[in-house]
Design a protein around this ligand. Structure first.
Ligand code: HEM
Length: 416
């Protein structure tokens, strides 16, 4: 998805099609969201097949939809690619469970993913990132977006106890789940791609859980942790373990790479920002927050209204699907002055909602933040300059804002 919007043009809100995949590969969604925030903060769209959904685009409304489970439930599904199809994993998968059960399961699972719990992984992650960046140091063309897809596997693979030989396949399968229409990942129709990838991933995780059980002992991996989680006195069922393992794998794989590519491109397009970050490494944590805001890799999440809800000057009827556009909330001028400026010194960048808001706030945020921080420390420490070497290609997805190709050429840093 184009992250720096082009010149404004007329937007006819009655004809806007937010499910038009071309919008995300060749169009300019930010210009549309700008108009939606100003003129139609609650927007309604009916798809040709009769499915319908409401959209909220303002920061406050997005936080309310994502954060208030009494008004907006997660139990009928949260991913727009499944609009209109009730989630079979409701109440079993963390993401599709409402409090109070969600709170109990999340507390138990999350204890291994807090900032304090992930801190000891920093050295291993740094070594993996240094290895990842090595091929870019030879001065040749390096396709950052394509390579970055493997980054989470390199980082989370060992934490989950997933052997390296399986990473490529898992990267492919997780990309198929989130961008089933992209020509790089598509296998037949969109529905077939979704069905195949979902099935294969759940089978993979189930198989790993079974193998860990029969191997006995402990390997300290996140899967082991999932197997030991107790809610009250009751362990998670094997199905719950597999589904939550799947969701952690997915959450990790499909977002961090696009945040990396989108932030690097923003820096490349603004050499003065690149220079500023290079000159002062203490700016890296804020660069990471601004990069998260700017890219908003998880472009939206969905909920269903529990009863009629007044929001954004209109009403979502009971049972209506509502899409909270995170990408738009993170460019809301009411919250972020000059929202379409990428500024690594922005005050308030940390208010970004790229990780969501409320009880479902990304459980992997501490790990993602640490990975991104280390990535940019190493990148800025190694490279004098970076240029693009060809066109960026955008992911064909209305759910994940990302790139499939970003060819760059980097010049090694010679001065300390
Ligand atoms: C830049 C990287 C990331 C972004 C932008 C991101 C974004 C998000 C967002 C927006 C949500 C909220 C979903 C909702 O409200 O329904 C979420 C939840 C979640 N994320 Fe992430 N995520 C990232 C990295 C990760 C990583 C590294 C992991 C795994 C280690 C992960 C695992 C999850 C899980 C399991 C949930 C569900 C939490 C719940 O329902 O309580 N994510 N993520």
């Amino acid at each position: 998805m184009r992250l720096t919007p082009g010149a404004g043009s007329d937007v006819d809100l009655d004809r806007v099609d937010l499910f038009d995949l071309d919008l995300y590969t060749e169009g300019d969604p930010h210009r549309i969201w700008d108009v939606m925030r100003a003129k139609a903060p609650l927007h309604h769209q009916v798809l040709p097949d009769g499915r319908e959904f409401w959209s909220v685009t303002r920061y406050e409304d997005v936080c309310r939809v994502l954060g208030d489970h009494r008004e907006f439930t997660s139990e009928r599904g949260t991913v727009v690619t499944h609009l209109g199809v009730d989630d079979v994993a409701a109440g079993k998968l963390l993401t599709s469970t409402d409090p109070p059960r969600h709170t109990q399961v999340r507390r138990a699972i999350g204890s291994r993913l807090t900032a304090r719990a992930v801190a000891p992984w920093a050295d291993g992650i740094r070594r993996a990132i240094v290895r990842f960046l090595e091929p870019a140091l030879d001065g040749g063309t390096f396709d950052l977006a394509e390579q970055a897809l493997r980054l989470p596997a390199i980082v989370t693979g060992p934490l989950l106890g997933i052997p390296e030989r399986d990473w490529d396949e898992l990267v492919q399968l997780t990309a198929m789940v989130t961008a089933p229409s992209d020509p790089h990942f598509r296998h037949g129709s969109e529905a077939a791609t979704l069905a195949i990838s979902h099935h294969e991933l759940v089978t993979y995780v189930t198989d790993r859980v079974e193998r860990r059980r029969s191997a006995g002992g402990e390997d300290g991996s996140l899967f082991d942790h999932l197997m030991s989680v107790r809610v009250g006195d009751v362990p998670l069922t094997d199905e719950e373990i597999a589904l939550d393992g799947y969701s952690i794998l997915l959450g990790a794989n499909v977002t961090t790479p696009h945040t990396v590519s989108g932030t690097v491109l923003a820096l490349v397009e603004r050499p003065e920002q690149f220079e500023k970050a290079r000159a002062d490494p203490s700016l890296v944590p804020n660069l990471v927050e601004e990069g998260l805001r700017w890219t908003s890799a998880a472009c939206n999440f969905m909920r269903y209204a529990v009863s009629d809800v007044r929001i954004g000057g209109g009403t979502i009827p009971a049972g209506g699907a509502v899409v909270a556009w995170i990408g738009s909330a993170n460019r809301d001028e009411a919250r972020f002055p000059d929202p379409h400026e990428f500024d690594i010194t922005r005050t308030g960048a940390k208010q970004q909602v790229a990780f969501g808001f409320g009880s479902h706030f990304c459980i992997g945020a501490p790990l993602a933040r640490m990975t991104l921080r280390i990535f940019f420390e190493e990148l800025l420490g190694r490279f004098e300059s970076i240029e693009t070497h060809g066109e960026a290609q955008h992911l064909r997805s209305y759910f994940i804002a990302g790139m499939t190709h970003l060819p760059i050429v980097a010049r090694k840093r010679t001065t300390p």
